[in-house]
Design a protein around this ligand. Sequence first.
Ligand code: NAP
Length: 303
Amino acid sequence: MSSILVTGGSGLVGSHLREILPDATYISSSEFDLRSENDVKRLFEREWSRVIHLAARVGGIIDNINYPLEFIEDNLRMNTNLVRQARLSGVPRFTAVLSTCIYPDTFESYPLVEEDLHSGPPQSTNFAYAIAKRALAVHIDAANKQFETSYNYVIPCNLYGPYDRFDPERSHYLTALIGKIIRAERSGTKRVELLGTGKPLRQFMYAGDLAAALKKIVVEDITDSFNVATSENRSIREIAEIAIEACGATDFELSFDQVSPDGQFRKDVSNQKMLEAMPGFTFTPLKEGIRTVYEAYKKKSEI
Ligand code: NAP
């Protein structure tokens, strides 16, 4: 257990994993810049039995639109360095994390299954990020084919959790929504306006559930690649209504600006392959997970 390396240890998923897999080594960009080949070579001077690669340049829709070059370059460089050095060093197991937002923008049938990953172009707003993540999947598949490694990847849906950034400019969708509800509650306006139409469908998973799945991969030595996503696929409007209820906010008015970009309309994935690999795995219900984040958010003094 102790020679497990986790990149992206300071992030949302890494913080959850640290709680349940405390003996692993967690690194962040302040110790190793994974875009640098020299830093990654230095990292592999130590012998690792397994790598869980969480680190990525991650961002919201506006960030992705404004900085596509950073999204493709940073992610390609980090991922290439990691898979390459792990293989050259003979690391027996490697698990990477992709994202359901890299699936084809539109497809003929839903839910999407793992074989659909390369079957059409990704959404234009996060094209560069998606191509870098798809390249990571291709890189891992190529290593397995050519060198008979047992490397794998998981493809999680949208995440939220108490370790998310609470800064309204940088937090993920659901955390930002909870912040808006709390601020509206405190100011007495009791009104929340969200961007877009509220119609797109999303699967939101508590980040602790992804950490639990990653721990299962380690403990049960699972080497398959699969989606990790809840069975709850709901419209943004429905999710906002559940969030308002979970936060105990009453008499709230919910509206959508109708003009901001919606992003991908749907990208719901099947969790069948995951549940075959991990029978009986249970997900945190959306309302319960939101309540946990709400309590954590309220404790933060900066809002
Ligand atoms: P996060 O909170 O944004 O954390 C990103 C992590 O990557 C941080 O630890 C960061 O370190 C590290 N990192 C970034 N650039 C780096 C660099 N150049 N060198 C070394 N480390 C670097 O991300 P997350 O939400 O935990 O996501 C974890 C993984 O899940 C990512 O691969 C992401 O693509 C995937 N994913 C996330 C979501 C989601 O909704 N959050 C959904 C699907 C998939 P510092 O703290 O030092 O910057």
